[in-house]
Design a protein around this ligand. Structure first.
Ligand SMILES: [Zn+2]
Length: 144
């Protein structure tokens, strides 16, 4: 820092004064405190500023990278959710179809039983069969 404390006019040595300003011991030029401070902007400070800028740029790049990574993770999670929802939907559809198939089979069996042995049944048993068939038909009419 000291090497910068030189007079811009004559290269003389700047001597500090009680009010914070400097005076050239060669030509007597007075430098206000702030001006000298600006002149003392040394290579070290420039280096620190540059390093800070590099660090900021690096952090910015890392933030961009992190946000891209988050985006990828978010996308993957959304895709997984979509796949799971599709699979659940397919399972539900499969279950409904199986249920309908079972009910249809039961209905057919009951109708066959009813037709084949009508004369052997008591009125009560016949009514039970017919009631169950009606239940199944109502169930099958329900929308999926
Ligand atoms: Zn001077």
């Amino acid at each position: 820092m000291a090497e910068k404390r030189q007079c811009e006019s004559c290269g003389g040595k700047l001597v500090s004064r009680p009010d914070g300003s400097f005076e050239c011991d060669g030509c007597g030029r007075v430098y206000p405190a702030g001006q000298v401070k600006a002149a003392e902007y040394t290579r070290q400070e420039r280096k620190a500023a540059l390093e800070h800028a590099v660090k900021e740029r690096h952090e910015l790049r890392r933030a961009e990278w992190e946000s891209r990574k988050e985006e990828v993770v978010r996308k993957a999670a959304a895709e997984r959710t979509e796949r799971e929802q599709k699979a659940a939907k397919a399972r539900a559809l499969e279950e409904r179809l199986q249920k309908r198939e079972k009910l249809t089979e039961e209905k057919n069996a009951l109708q066959t039983e009813l037709a084949r042995s009508r004369s052997l049944f008591t009125g009560k048993h016949k009514k039970e069969l017919e009631a169950r068939i009606a239940d199944i038909e109502a169930e099958l009419k329900k929308p999926d």
